[in-house]
Write a protein of this length. Sequence first.
Lengths: 345, 243
Amino acid sequence: MSRLVVASIGPASSVQDGGRLGAQRYGLTPSGAMDRLALAAANCLVGNELFAAAVEIGPFGATFTARDGAVRVAIAGAPRNAEIAGRPLAMDTSATLKDGETLTLGFARGGAFTYLAIEGGIKGEPVFGSLAVNARAGLGSPYPRPLQAGDEFTVDAASGAPELRIELPKPSSGPIRVVLGPQDDEFDDANKALFLDSEWKISATSDRMGYRFEGPAIKHLHGHNIVSDGTVNGSIQVPGNGAPIALMMDRGTSGGYPKIATVITADVGRLAQTSAGTAFRFKQVTMAEAQDEARKFAQLIRNLPDRLRSSDTVTLNIEALQDANVAGYAVSAVDAGTWQVIAEP
Amino acid sequence: MAATLPPPRLLPSGDSAVTVEFSRTIDDAANQRVLALDKALAASPIDGITESVPTYRSLLVHYDPGKIGFDALGEKLLALASRPLPPATTARRWRIPVAYGGEHGIDLEDVAKALNTTPDDIVARHVAGDYKVAMIGFTPGWSYLSGLDKSLHMSRRQNPRLLTPAGTISIGGIQAGIQCLAAPSGWHLLGRTPVRTYQLHRNPTFLTEPGDRVTFFAIDHKTFEEQDRAAEAGEIIAEQVVA
């Protein structure tokens, strides 16, 4: 066994997996990764189950050190500068830390959450089948709270498997798609239009429970109190002040504000990766379109293993691009979307 | 009889869940239909449904759109919901001890003042109630109870408290509650119970189920301390009454 020690880490970083399903009827929130596609991609790179537990790293930087042996890892999600003992590490690739080496991750250059998957997964005691941290309920393993410097994971010794990269589709920059409901009838047409046609920004007070939106105030037809009913990931509720909140993975299982719309499954992760202050819009789609997108999204995740490539084919290109970055702050040159094209054989 | 039941509304809740709404208000008849549909789904599962979450007036049904679409699922749910309610079965009943007032129920005196009566009278009315777990939500084990004496209905606090203690027994609006974990709350705190409605490494982890009946009885603060220690060690404490 090796160890991976958290040498430093910012807030909003915790162990997350596919979530804790089946006990919402008892008030147990599902939690789980904010960006499921990125979690699955990182796990795929190191041969784990796609929704195995990984480290969800918030917007700030983090460093991890391998002890008592080598550790194989992969990163996916919000792009950031990464290096292992001075060797650059591109997003959406795997790499091996030799004993004593440190992986250094910079702050997110777009989006919020990056996933660090560890070959063999994170060892812990699942509760309701999940290691996901739900800090409010004191759940999660091996640490039932956000990670802190000094925490460590007992992990499998690196297998020595060849390093891989994964070719992900370029993330859409289009509007966040929603279906109206369940309580869109608590709003008149003008306010529904105001919601759908306005430009929104995500407030800096957003967290894993909810993303708050800054924009025009949405008014209710009959006041802001409804009898509490069930919530889902992506429920957009409108409280008394008219500023909508999208409920995210650490949401309460029930809520008493009218929910004007619901983010489609395929776009919840994209919303999660929209940084505070970034302007965006919503777009209404039909239920048929939303369900079609949900099926495609599930298929994309299921077929991730088909997108794995040997990382050898791009090594030179990545280094060249990294060198280019030294000159300026154009670090996005190592974004998956850019270097994949160059690296295509 | 079945024909007189109006069909519930199917409210889209994204692409992977649907809310089956029986009423817009807190209504015991609607809650019975919610729990009946929930039971019917448990008894004859529909392929593609991943979990269901009963609330006062609606059942939220989570499903996998890769297995069943909104329209097909909606039809099946409406068919199930139109069945006549099964005859009332004997619900499980829990007797829950409560240490009222003092440090454990910091709002008891204010509630008594607001209702022009004594704290003892408030306790007597709260203890006399025959409650039903209408739903569990918000945080693990938080049991929302219907059946609060009408004379105890009062609006929630203007300023919700950011943190109220684990085990809090409270009232808010027309509802009563058993709260398990420390949490924010705008309800009036009457007392505390040593009973954990949720305890991770205990079997069962969750004590109450929607549909269970609940009554309260008063204990003194010394008994609370003893039972609280026992509960921490995994004892259930609540008395289950089998009718």
